[in-house]
Design a protein around this ligand. Structure first.
Ligand code: PHE
Length: 378
């Protein structure tokens, strides 16, 4: 098993800088120059933005409604997103070779420190400190695809409750009853269904889906009965309870009708001003600006991972990239080399991009893809 697959990160030239990032409560020192660090400056700049704490922000409104429902839970809204691999994975029974731990999926500052990939990273510490009924809300980081519903930083709320009963069926009933109540509190009278799921830290594990506005079944959260080993790891082997985790952006997109996840990061008053009155009102789209599509084909290297390409494109184009899709794959019959063609859609949420701007972006994407991924353009 190799945890730190060699990839472009090792070859990236990183200035030796130490970023001082101000989160509302603490000053965080992070060093992006470690050879195993795959956190880019643009990702690091998101630390401390805490959209769930920004007045009038839709994530804040949603967060407020969730807190309202769980009024008797303690709330942790500002824990540092810089966590250990122990907190994020090992103590939660996530095996060493699990894909979510790979640097193609998770942001590492060094081999033992990550930007938390989920708020579950705080379960153990808080349980160990004696808390028994709490919510944790914060930013989480995942290297992921690029489309309208994925962004490398998003926000989650984790809920944990210990019960006096140790009967698994009773705990599961309490969990399901509580979460169905939450969904009704947020969405009103919607159809819901439960599916079994798998998480290493809960057993049994479930997911809840809702059928919203007669469109489709949408997964809203993952949850389950806390695994006894997790409670033992938190030095509370006698305890029993449940946990859930939900993505705030996903829910807010449904609830407010926000069509693109990038909008949550927009400081354009045409976005922000729509939520002044703290009500859940349907979002009025203001970006009808056209998308511009560009294709790029190249021969892959052995270590190619699409998330590395996603990172290059995000670093160059920032929030002007809307999606990146594989449109063609081909293996040469003689050389056995594989070529991929990706289609990138550029679109600003705030104004029309000029052809010149898009051409310049695409040119830099091509150059950086070659330089950072070592691939050969076709
Ligand atoms: N941490 C899980 C995720 O990010 C969600 C979860 C939380 C599932 C708590 C079960 C219990 O997908």
């Amino acid at each position: 098993m190799m945890l730190f697959r060699p990839q472009f990160l090792g070859r990236r030239i990183v200035p030796r800088i130490s970023k001082r990032l101000l989160s509302s409560k603490q000053l965080i020192d992070i060093d992006l120059s470690h050879p195993d660090c795959n956190v880019t400056e643009s990702i690091a700049s998101k630390i401390g933005r805490n959209l769930h704490l920004v007045d009038h922000h839709p994530l804040h409104i949603l967060h407020h409604q969730i807190r309202e429902y769980f009024h008797d839970f303690e709330c942790f809204d500002n824990l540092s997103p810089i966590c250990t691999t122990n907190q994020s994975f090992d103590l939660l029974r996530i095996p060493p070779d699990h894909v979510s731990r790979s640097p193609s999926d998770t942001y590492y500052l060094n081999p033992e420190t990550v930007l938390r990939p989920h708020t579950s990273a705080h379960q153990i510490d808080l349980l160990q400190q004696g808390h028994s009924q709490f919510l944790v809300t914060g930013d989480v980081y995942r290297r992921d695809e690029i489309d309208r519903s994925h962004y490398p930083v998003f926000h989650q709320t984790e809920g944990v409750k210990l019960l006096s009963s140790t009967n698994t069926a009773e705990i599961r009933d309490d969990l399901q009853h509580t979460l169905e109540g939450l969904v009704r509190h947020l969405f009103g009278d919607v159809q819901m269904r439960w599916n079994t799921d798998y998480f290493p830290f809960t057993d049994p594990s479930l997911e809840l889906e809702i059928y919203y506005q007669d469109t489709a079944w949408l997964e809203v959260l993952g949850c389950g009965v806390i695994h006894p080993e997790v409670l033992a790891n938190a030095q509370r082997p006698e305890a029993a309870g449940w946990a859930f985790g939900l993505g705030l952006e996903r829910l807010a997109m449904i609830l407010f009708g926000v069509p693109d996840i990038r909008l949550f990061w927009s400081t354009d008053p045409r976005f922000a001003d729509q939520f002044r009155n703290y009500e859940v009102t349907p979002f009025q789209a203001f970006s009808k600006y056209p998308a511009c599509f560009k294709d790029m084909s190249f021969w892959l290297t052995d270590k190619f991972h699409v998330n590395d390409l996603n990172e290059v494109v995000r670093d160059v184009a920032g929030d002007w990239v809307e999606s990146l899709q594989l449109v063609d794959a081909f293996t040469h019959p003689r050389t056995q080399r594989t070529s991929h063609c990706y289609r990138i859609a550029y679109r600003s949420m705030e104004r029309s991009l000029t052809n010149l701007e898009v051409d310049a972006l695409q040119e830099r994407v091509r150059e950086d893809t070659v330089r950072r991924l070592g691939v050969e353009l076709r």
